[in-house]
Design a protein around this ligand. Sequence first.
Ligand code: SF4
Length: 534
Amino acid sequence: MSSPTSTPTLSGPPTVDQPAAEPPALCSGAARSEVARHLQAVLDLSDPYPVVNAARELAAGALERALADVIAGRLLHEPTGRRIPLQELPARTIAALTRTHHLDADQSDTLGFALRCAFAWPGVVGTPDAPYALKSVLPAGFAPIATVEQIAASQATAGPDGLNTTYMISQMKGGMSADFGIGCPLMCAYCYRREGDTVDGYLGSWEPTGFLEPEDVVARLLSHPWFTPHHTPIGLHMSTSEAFLPKLWPRTWRALQLLDELGLTNRVSCITKYTLSDEQIDCLESLVHVDLDINVCYAAMPESIEPPNRGRRLRFLRRILHSDKINVLAYYRPIAEGLNTTDAHLRHVWQTFKDADARTVVLGGLKFADDHVHSFMSYGLPLPAGSFTPGKKLLTAGTEARIMAAFDEVYADVAPNWRPAVLKRSSCGRAVERGSHIPDYNGHYDQPTTNCRLRCPAAQHEVCAAAQPPDEETVRHLLARIGKPDARVDITGTTVVVHAELSQFERTFLRQNLLFPVHTARQAAELVAARITR
Ligand code: SF4
């Protein structure tokens, strides 16, 4: 990247009308993009502090002192040497510096901008001065694999749950799923990734097939107009397979390395019923940028229904929970009435999690459809009880209450503050497990009586309650990326109301970028009506 011919300043040159004590106003608009180019010219992903130092040289007064503190305290890194994810900087770094140096709102905003310059911005979206906008100039050497319009069109062909088997990058509820191929040999009888097949697995085969190379998957992600560097939660193989199968591990690991080498601090999730060796865990612990979470599923499901080896899986859960570099969630799922919900089952699962020192547990019910009924019957398996709605996980309030009663029994000798968090939603669990620095990225706090009633820590409740509405420019940048640049928008203290049709995936995309609830006008009216009649 070439340096500009003249050095821009964070504060701008002092003039008669504009004293040097008022720097940030000059950083908005076009001037800020020029400053960003200047600062990013010295970006080295292995050492971001020269960028901060370059920003410091352009600043004055309290802002200069705040930037000096970032360098002196290495405030872009955790003590383990990992980068603090960009999304967490406002809570972990900027808020404290703002208080310490009495920065006003504009100075604090400028500090955030300067620190964003110390992060890489690969792909078609985002620059330090406009993190949510499609780029007008692509990074040198980067060629998207298809146009934004072509990729958006392929997203429109996704299935009812968002899975895009054409492009293999899909906007799902848990984040953007990057899928390499289709198939999983573990043969869980309740697997819902069978696309209408009965006993024969994915598209007629349980064997993973048609893998993409990791380089191709990452290029697809970077080319996707819905992928925001450092913001979009990513799932690897979340929709079509199992990340740690021996056949898939090399691809999973390579993709993680590629994301890490790009300097991306996005949250990345891998959900597993498989295991990893100590050497493989060492690999994961060596990641510096990527903000990984591993979600280990265990619900004491009979092995006739869920074959992956339980003992090995639980040893792996115990082992990886002792890593100080990896976020680990105990996934208590699937819970299926009649299959794994006797009192003995419930106590056993909680005892298992207690023995493993689980910190964060996420509950989840079972999705069950007509083809599962045929499949279970053909295998001679017992059917789960309950009334299932297609595409929805079932976990009744009664079962949930019994689960929590068993929790209280098993953890009776543990002080409440030392008991694990128990959440209903994965996105909540991921926020809590990372230390409660950002609100739930799916905005579930818009319905607290439904979503927040288990054991979410007080600190996380406070963070969710304090979530700030976005500014309209950010919302506009995001709406442009889903082809609705002119949709009317109302931003209130509790939600962003978009006066246009939004698919559930578009709404998820908006919510996950804004970290704030988003509703269509009709949904907002229904929410208000429900509160009035409650
Ligand atoms: S407060 Fe509610 S929405 Fe926020 S993380 Fe906790 S359970 Fe989720």
